[in-house]
Design a binder for this molecule. Structure first.
Ligand code: ATP
Length: 319
């Protein structure tokens, strides 16, 4: 193996730059060349390349976003797009590809793997909805960002005795919502993994009011419904007036936390180790503190369970 390609794909996540840096420097340390593809699979198909060196990945470990930029590529989802991508990799003499992204990006990488091309995935998404790793790169930073915003809201919620609904990201998973809810001391959390029960929520809110609770914070994962939909349903069903905040893309931005910078650095080094050992078609993850390579398809085929104790804790602590 002489030359490694690398790309970031799907939604950006804080720590992706730290992973690019770690892959590049670990590869060069092991006498490999590194070529970056800009804008994910779109850049692969377009031949949008940038050679990476020890110095070109300097000064990025602390920066949010991704220096390689990212994209969603409709073309690459089709089989002919994957074949064209393979052709492009051959044209650039790439011997193996490192893909940093979420499970959609890994499906694309798996398609390349099935055509016989060596790939290794690094899980990078704020959603944390991938098996094969306890945490994805960006999740911890996004939780901290959400927490900072919610803390500020709490101040005003308690001063004005209001009910606030905070919509957080996470796609179809509730990891981010649950973590933020426990950390922020929210009274309620609504996540896609638990069927939504309007009557139960209204009962809890009424009960809290009867006990004299003047303010409440509800965290709603985007995969359940939008905060504005919940706002009108709470008004219609229970007569509650709520203010809403949608945290939105702010959750994806900012410098990575130390946890994410370390995780990304370790996974970047681990991805190069996997390539050198010939562990292709894998993703590297951190499980119980260890860097582990698992089959890349396990990231979406296996189920990553939410911690049900944490869920129960929101109710117990948010009385
Ligand atoms: P996040 O969930 O954080 O946004 P992601 O990697 O899951 O990250 P997606 O938009 O699902 O984001 O996927 C990113 C890109 O991966 C897609 O735009 C597409 O180019 C490629 N991709 C997704 N699914 C497939 C698939 N089944 N086959 C081939 N390529 C795919």
């Amino acid at each position: 193996m002489k030359r490694v390609g690398i790309l970031t794909s799907g939604g950006d996540a804080p720590g992706m730059n730290a992973a690019i840096r770690a892959v590049t420097r670990s590869a060069i340390y092991n006498s490999l060349e590194v070529i970056g593809f800009r804008r994910g699979y779109e850049g692969l198909l377009d031949g949008d390349v940038v050679p990476l060196s020890v110095s070109s990945v300097g000064g990025i470990i602390h920066r949010g976003g991704t220096m390689l930029r990212t994209a969603r590529s409709e073309r690459f989802i089709k089989p002919e797009g994957v074949r064209e991508g393979l052709q492009r990799l051959k044209e650039y003499d790439i011997d193996a590809l490192v893909v940093i992204g979420g499970d959609g990006s890994f499906r694309g990488a798996y398609d390349l793997h099935k055509l016989g091309f060596p790939v290794v995935g690094i899980p990078g998404t704020i959603d944390n909805d991938m098996a094969g790793t306890d945490c994805t790169i960006g999740f911890d930073t996004a939780c901290n960002t959400a927490l900072q915003c919610i803390e500020k809201l709490r101040d005003t919620a308690s001063s004005h005795e209001r009910l606030f609904l905070v919509e957080v990201m996470g796609r179809n998973a509730g990891f981010l919502a649950l973590e933020a809810a426990v950390a922020a001391g929210a009274e309620h959390v609504l996540i896609p993994e638990v069927p939504f029960d309007m009557d139960a929520l209204c009962k809890k809110l009424h009960y809290a009011r009867e006990r004299g609770k003047s303010h409440s914070l509800i965290i709603v994962a985007e995969g359940v419904m939008s905060a504005s939909e919940l706002q009108s349903r709470l008004k219609d069903t229970g007569g509650f007036d709520a203010r809403i905040i949608v945290l939105g893309h702010i959750q994806r931005g900012g410098s990575p936390s130390s946890f994410d910078a370390v995780l990304a650095s370790r996974l970047g080094g681990g991805a190069v180790d996997a390539l050198l050992k010939g562990e292709f078609g894998t993703m590297v993850g951190r499980i119980a503190g260890q860097i582990v390579a698992s089959p890349i398809q396990a990231s979406w085929e296996d189920k990553k369970n939410l911690d049900s104790d944490m869920l129960a804790l929101v109710d117990i602590l948010g009385i």
